[in-house]
Design a protein around this ligand. Structure first.
Ligand code: NAI
Length: 339
């Protein structure tokens, strides 16, 4: 019998051999680049593997008549059209818990880099100066931090933040009351969190319902001079609203691992070749303004990227494929109830 065929995009070079060895019951094709056009697909593919920069939309499904399974090497799955997958009865399996501590640690890195002006401080010394004028930061101790989303990553963020003696408030569409007692924080209504937090950090998935969770209206309700951290998804924040807040000084700074339309920044070719609305192009231009702003630090969607997390990602991805081949679907996000 012919081996089922797997086509993977966005494969990290360091794990290519590992993936190949562990999927030796399959005919495997591994591409390092993300899937940017359906023309790159092999129509005989049974299993499609992707990372977050590969958009899996209707055109991709149309190109793959034999498709039986999608595996994404990520926790987030907003790059995949789940309605289309459900319609075609194709399970979509993710890696739900590889990065709870990993992403939380990156959020802490962004926060500390902002609070202690780490980036300009390092630059100053590299340029040969030990003058600390203009490099005064602020203490986290005693400040209020608002955590939006108290799931796997948010929980770890709360644990880490309590080590800094911060007052922690949180908001979640589905509050976990038991967690409140064990981790020592308080759930508050969304707008109260915005108004009372010195630092706000986002840890919710990107759904239709959470798109522009921070928007032109409510960003004005955030406490003047607060800092915003986003390691979840760019689409949670309306870029125009954020740019306004940063440029007017309403927000003192932002630490971002994700941006709206970030795939165009990662793959400038995509911006030239693929169809874009004027809104999308405007967003890319505003992303560049944010990148250039001295009070904003941006990392290239790198929060997941630790050695240990990468191992966990690959092991679960391999298990997802093998479980499916053995007739047992696991980690299928088409079954997740939206909140
Ligand atoms: P999770 O599913 O464990 O937690 C999400 C939390 O958000 C849940 O408590 C849920 O009740 C809450 N929530 C859902 N809808 C909401 C809404 N409308 N309003 C308020 N709260 C809502 O997810 P986890 O593992 O904590 O990950 C969060 C997100 O982080 C992922 O969806 C992904 O997009 C992002 N992520 C980013 C990475 C990076 O490299 N930058 C790596 C891994 C994840």
């Amino acid at each position: 019998m012919e081996k089922p065929s797997c086509q993977f995009f966005g494969v990290f070079p360091a794990v290519k051999d590992y993936l190949k060895e562990n999927l030796n019951d399959f005919h495997v094709s591994l591409e390092e680049k993300e899937l940017l056009s359906p023309d790159e697909l092999d129509s005989t593919t049974d299993v499609l593997g992707v990372f977050v920069g590969s958009k899996v939309d209707k055109t991709v499904f149309d190109r793959l008549p034999k498709l039986k399974l999608i595996v994404t090497m990520s926790t987030g799955f907003d790059h995949i059209d789940l309605d289309e997958a459900k319609k075609r009865k194709v399970p979509v399996c993710n890696v739900p818990t590889y990065g709870e501590n990993t992403v939380a640690e990156h959020a802490m890195a962004l926060l500390l880099a902002l609070s202690r002006k780490l980036f300009p401080s390092v630059k100053r010394v590299k340029e040969g100066s030990f003058n600390y004028d203009g490099l005064r930061g602020f203490d986290l101790k005693g400040k209020t931090v608002g955590v939006i989303g108290t799931g796997n990553i948010g929980k770890h963020v709360i644990k880490m933040l309590s080590g800094f003696d911060m007052k922690i408030v949180a908001y979640d569409a589905f509050p976990n009351k038991a967690l409140e007692t064990t981790l020592g924080f308080m759930y508050v209504p969304f707008e109260k969190l915005l108004a009372s937090s010195d630092v706000i950090t986002l840890h919710v998935p990107l759904f239709k319902e959470t798109t522009h969770l921070i928007n032109k209206k409510n960003i004005k309700k955030i406490k003047q001079g607060a800092y915003l951290i986003n390691t979840a998804r760019g689409g949670l924040i309306d870029t125009e609203a954020l740019l306004w807040a940063i440029e007017t000084g309403h927000l003192a700074g932002a630490g971002l691992d994700v941006l709206e339309e970030e795939e165009d920044l990662q793959h400038p070719d995509h911006l030239i070749r693929a169809h874009h609305t004027s809104e999308q192009i405007k967003t890319v231009l505003m992303d560049n303004r944010l990148i250039d702003h001295p009070n904003v630090i941006i990392t290239p969607h790198n929060a997941f990227n630790s050695l240990e997390a990468l191992e966990r990602i690959m092991d679960t991805t391999i298990e997802n494929v093998k479980a499916f081949a053995a007739g047992k679907v696991q980690n299928d996000v088409t079954e997740i109830k939206k909140k």
